[in-house]
Design a protein around this ligand. Structure first.
Ligand code: NAP
Length: 286
């Protein structure tokens, strides 16, 4: 029997609907969540991502600002702008769109964002708190994957979760969130030997590599939950994940779509973190 589909687009719509209700509560107190997005340079893909994030903010009622800075912006100018945003009480979340043009130092820039406004969850303090099992802001993509996993009803507790990829943005925080949910976690990377023998043990398989069709049907345990974070281009220019969807669908129990899976959930969790930041600022929670 073909796997059930984990529909990230539909789930993201439900998350946004819940956020509208939380934003209405803030509005009653005269508060409105605010997200500042900083885009440096003219990478066309980044411009599309930023446009989608701003549109999502507008839809739920989050105030948003987009700072477009030229590709030649100096590190000092960028850090000075972030310092202004850190000090602005109307701004609850700050997102610097990655990648940054060379020679800007992305890690230094991310760390200049106040960790209390780091709604992308990439600041070392937020990464550290996630590692310690008491996250302040979860990195948006892994956070979205955890929400997708919840909809399957498959409990992470005791499950063997295998994460493909160990980046600071996706793989590592993904592994930490699964570990915090009591899964037994294996992290794989480019140096992993005999990948199929490991993925075949996975009750939950999260692919976050960026290699089209890396995960084939023979690498998947029958009935497993397979969540595809990867974004790759087909020769026809279409978006495709890391998983050979058509074949893996015949083996897995649950499988996510690309597009329409993790992508919309990543944006939904960015909005969630921004609303949470505004609620904290208003003394409503946490
Ligand atoms: P990244 O920084 O390039 O990391 C890729 C990871 O994959 C690295 O840890 C690398 O290992 C590992 N890897 C490479 N070849 C491998 C192989 N053959 N077997 C196992 N692991 C292998 O990428 P990222 O930022 O984590 O993103 C991963 C993918 O997710 C990309 O396609 C990206 O576009 C996508 N993504 C999607 C969303 C979304 O919202 N849908 C969000 C973020 C990222 P090493 O560490 O050893 O090099």
């Amino acid at each position: 029997m073909a796997a059930q589909i984990i529909d990230g687009k539909a789930l993201a719509a439900r998350v946004r609907a819940e956020l509208k209700a939380r934003i209405a509560v803030l509005a009653e107190r005269g508060q409105r969540p605010g997200l500042a997005v900083v885009l440096v340079g003219d990478d066309p893909a980044s411009a599309i991502y930023v446009r989608n994030k701003i549109a999502a903010c507008e839809e739920v009622g989050i105030r948003s600002w987009c700072d477009r800075l030229g590709a030649g912006t100096s590190q000092e100018t960028l850090l000075a702008r972030i310092a202004q945003l850190n000090a602005d009480v109307a701004v609850h979340g700050i997102l610097v769109q990655l990648p940054l043009p060379k020679p800007l130092d992305a890690q230094r820039v991310l760390e200049s964002i106040s960790f209390a406004k780091d709604v992308d969850g990439l600041h070392a303090t937020n990464a550290g708190l996630t590692l310690m099992g008491r996250p302040h802001f979860r990195s948006c993509t892994p956070y979205g994957v955890m929400k997708m996993l919840e909809t399957t009803g498959v409990p992470p507790r005791g499950a063997h979760a295998v994460v493909l990829g160990r980046s600071n943005m996706v793989g590592k925080p993904m592994a930490m969130l699964l570990l915090a949910a009591d899964a037994t976690v294996t992290i794989c990377h480019s140096g992993t030997r005999d990948l199929p023998s490991i993925t075949r043990q996975a009750d939950i398989l999260v692919a976050a590599v960026g290699r089209r069709n890396l995960v084939t049907a023979d690498m998947v345990k029958p009935g497993a939950v397979v969540i595809d974070v990867g974004t790759n281009k087909t020769p026809e220019g279409k978006l495709a994940g890391d998983v050979d969807f058509a074949a893996v669908r015949e083996v897995a129990g649950w499988i996510s779509l690309v597009p329409g899976g993790v992508g919309p959930m990543t944006i939904a969790m960015l909005l969630t973190n921004t609303v949470e930041a505004a609620e904290r600022a208003a003394g409503l929670t946490h």
